[in-house]
Unconditional design. Structure first.
Length: 140
């Protein structure tokens, strides 16, 4: 009779060990799913349009420069003076006319070595030539 009781207790211990291992594996799976879900929720909650305001400021300045006819015969110093006088103080801007000939100019200041820089591309015409420019805007 004692032999049968030992066998039953040994069977119960094995059953408890397997149940404990099953719970441990389930907890590992649940916590890994919770960690992964919270990681993606936090990542998704970050604003994807952080630089949208700075990009809009740069686009507005380019449109004003075009409206004031500074791009009809682009001169880097005139455009730099216009940027310094009209761009809000907390922003910096650099414009590079990337086409050849009369379209090429550089205006503004150099970007900061660190920090976020928003960039855009605009097209304009000088006489019969079609030109493009790249502008960079950043917070100082």
């Amino acid at each position: 009779m004692k032999l049968k009781q030992i066998w039953i207790f040994g069977y119960k211990d094995k059953k408890a060990f397997i149940f404990t291992m099953d719970v441990a594996v389930a907890l590992i799976v649940v916590f890994s799913l919770l960690f992964t879900a919270s990681f993606f929720v936090v990542r998704k909650a970050e604003d994807p349009f952080v630089n949208l305001q700075t990009l809009k400021i740069g686009s507005d300045i380019i449109k004003i420069i075009d409206y004031t006819s500074l791009l009809d015969n682009p001169d880097g110093t005139e455009i730099t003076n216009f940027i310094e006088n009209n761009l809000p103080a907390q922003y910096g801007m650099q414009i590079i006319g990337s086409s050849e000939g009369s379209c090429y100019f550089e205006a503004g200041s150099d970007p900061l070595p660190s920090g976020r820089i928003s960039s855009g591309k605009e097209f304009y015409s000088v006489g019969n030539e079609y030109c493009s420019m790249r502008y960079k805007v950043w917070l100082k």
